[in-house]
Design a binder for this molecule. Sequence first.
Ligand SMILES: Cc1cc2nc3c(=O)[nH]c(=O)nc-3n(C[C@H](O)[C@H](O)[C@H](O)COP(=O)(O)OP(=O)(O)OC[C@H]3O[C@@H](n4cnc5c(N)ncnc54)[C@H](O)[C@@H]3O)c2cc1C
Length: 586
Amino acid sequence: MSVLTRDFVPAVAPSGSDLIAPDCRGLNFWAIDHAIRDLLMLYLDEAALRHFTPYFERLGELAGGRLDELALQADKRTPILHHRDRFGGDADWVEYHPAYREMERIGFSEFGLHAMSRRAGVLGWPGTAPPLAKYALQYLFAQAEFALLCPLSVTDTSILLIQKYGDERVKQRYLPGMLSQDMDALLKGAQFMTEKAGGSDLSGIELAAHRAGDHWELWGDKWFCSCADHDVVLLLARCQGAPAGNAGLSLFVMPRRLEDGSRNRYRVVRLKDKFGSRSMAAGEVIMEGAVAYILGEPGRGLRQMMDQVNLSRLSHGFRAAGMMRRCLNEALQVARHRRTFGRTLIDHPMARRQLLKLMVPTEQALSVAIAAAVAMTRGDEAQLRILTPLVKYRACRDNVPVATGAMEMRGGNGYIEDWANAKLIRDAHLGLIWEGTSSVNALDIIRRAVGRDRAHAALAGALHARIEQAPIPEAFRARLAALIDRAVGFAETVAKLPSAEASCRRAASALYHATSAALLASEGAELGSRGGDARRLLLARLVLDHRLGSTDPFALPDDAWENAVSGKLLSDDPVPLPEATTLLAA
Ligand SMILES: Cc1cc2nc3c(=O)[nH]c(=O)nc-3n(C[C@H](O)[C@H](O)[C@H](O)COP(=O)(O)OP(=O)(O)OC[C@H]3O[C@@H](n4cnc5c(N)ncnc54)[C@H](O)[C@@H]3O)c2cc1C
């Protein structure tokens, strides 16, 4: 496939009325997404790209069609918890709308998203899937459905923990079912850590584990349990006699059903009535002597669980990038069709500025998430260490205003549940909260990844090398190089000073923006030098102006440059490298 190949897809979707701007329903989200296609050409190896492209196309079609319809239906017909079966037995079970079940079939069975990193052969790929292929599929999936990505991702990461830390008995008992794509045989995973005492700080966990021969029995409560009715639950508990704090936590696997098929001794007592992610059943669970098996060594539970948390954080980066892409595409659809005051919306200067404000964070998130997945593929632990919380923190944070901006672009219709916007806003907020809130991730970046692990050094080295090697105009390259150094220097300063803790978010944001600008610029230049689209170079400049620059609130901004390039960026036509270079210098 050549970089120049850009299948043109008409932007107009069928609409009930010419007066109402269309949405993206009916479009193929892979075919219309030049950015992901260009970046996979840069970063995914050729054989994998060739092999997975039909699956990207298929999921792109589903995300813009059937999956999107199902997602809106399931969002409104939320799961119901039943405490008894029809014979009066105390068998709690969750009833789902058929739309949710159909989405499960697409995610687990058709695409095997939960299994493709953990066993060979999913989607016909001879080994385990390259990380970037899996995350690109998640990115497409998230454009239609966010909630189901939790069950898919948590099953994926639960398999990893069992593969890594389980003994042979545990592996044989659970892995075949967890790795299955047959919905009748599939065992889905879940992970319960949070208790009433806290989710950010898990040191107060009280769930007690008592030894009982070859297994353990769990007593206590878990307060936030996504996928509450799933089959194989990983959780943190405190063995009897273990010390207080994190050092006393161990990792356990708790099956929903015991070997004889009977229900294990725990109950889902309530489902949460959630703001977003409404189709997924999250509940409160009480363990009453539930049978569980320890994974790995006692006292190392939190450290082992962090494998899961970090993978999940990266997945959240891709989910946020996907949801922002959907928001941006929705906003562009409206802007290209809605007329106000005698003009199409996209021709109003202020609307163009708002569209750029949706576009810039979307492209930043995609570049940084992909950089993390590439670091994972290459086994570059230091870069992965810092890029993962960076993208979790900033992309999830940006997703919120981007989703709101997309709703506002649609006007009143955006507020109505017929359209995807309201769901996108609700779902975006969850990305801020779980797998570490914004502040918890910012502390991880600055205090631990920078201050303790010195992971920023590897990142800075790689970014400098990238901008050196790419054909970026000299003056702009110098600007980028200086910014990388300033961002790294500020992160180090904040990491060193205990009194600067309140600035961790600011330092992490600056590092993210500098990182994304360097990535965007080098990607734009590399794509352009191959005869493809160099627009990411222009986006890099917008990151500098919008996200790292400061403006005087009482002065007219110098926005001549932005006005000059906005037309290029808001059109689908590629920007060749010579043109991008000229524009950059203007
Ligand atoms: C829908 C949903 C599903 C969930 N599913 C699961 C699940 O399946 N398994 C699971 O284990 N958990 C789950 N959670 C729990 C989630 O992980 C926690 O809610 C999250 O980690 C935050 O913990 P908390 O709610 O106790 O808030 P807290 O930890 O009390 O945080 C409250 C506020 O304090 C801030 N804060 C905390 N520490 C600091 C600090 N050092 N400096 C500055 N600010 C700080 C936080 O940023 C936050 O703004 C789920 C939550 C939701 C909403």
